[in-house]
Design a protein around this ligand. Structure first.
Ligand code: SF4
Ligand code: SF4
Length: 134
């Protein structure tokens, strides 16, 4: 049995409909999906692609992330793929990941990822940085 999800909701956040590129929708990174209506959500909910159906960010799935990691507060969307941690930074707040308490936590996550042969990568607009946790 998988672990129960924390009792959290997205609220008014729509960052996962903005920050990632989504092939099925021909949606580039950092562009609002054409189906996304601010304060309403997905206008194509019943027909949304599998990528959208399967996705929840780490704040939704991992109760160890404190409230300040809510994507609307942190201005970052975080997700894991195996040992890899990916951080998509809202380009309107490009330095958010470098502020505490975020940077210290990102470095800790990077160290854990490295021990498992993974890494942590931060995308900010066109900039890509791998945090090695050292
Ligand atoms: S980024 Fe996370 S909290 Fe925000 S809408 Fe997506 S799943 Fe919900
Ligand atoms: S199809 Fe819906 S869930 Fe998927 S990115 Fe667009 S608005 Fe978000």
């Amino acid at each position: 049995m998988g672990e129960a999800l924390p009792d959290r909701s997205c609220g008014t956040c729509t960052l996962c409909c903005v920050l990632p590129d989504i092939d099925e929708l021909d949606k580039p990174a950092n562009h609002v999906c054409r189906h996304c209506m601010v304060d309403t959500g997905c206008l194509a909910y019943a027909d949304r692609p599998l990528t959208c159906r399967d996705f929840l960010c780490l704040w939704r799935t991992d109760s160890s992330l404190e409230d300040h990691w809510h994507p609307e507060r942190s201005h970052m969307m975080v997700y894991r793929q195996g040992p890899q941690v990916t951080v998509l930074v809202d380009p309107r707040f490009p330095e958010s990941w470098q502020a505490e308490p975020y940077l210290g936590t990102l470095r800790r996550w990077a160290e854990v990822a490295r021990e498992d042969n993974g890494y942590l990568v931060v995308f900010t607009g066109d900039q890509v940085r791998v945090i090695d946790g050292r």
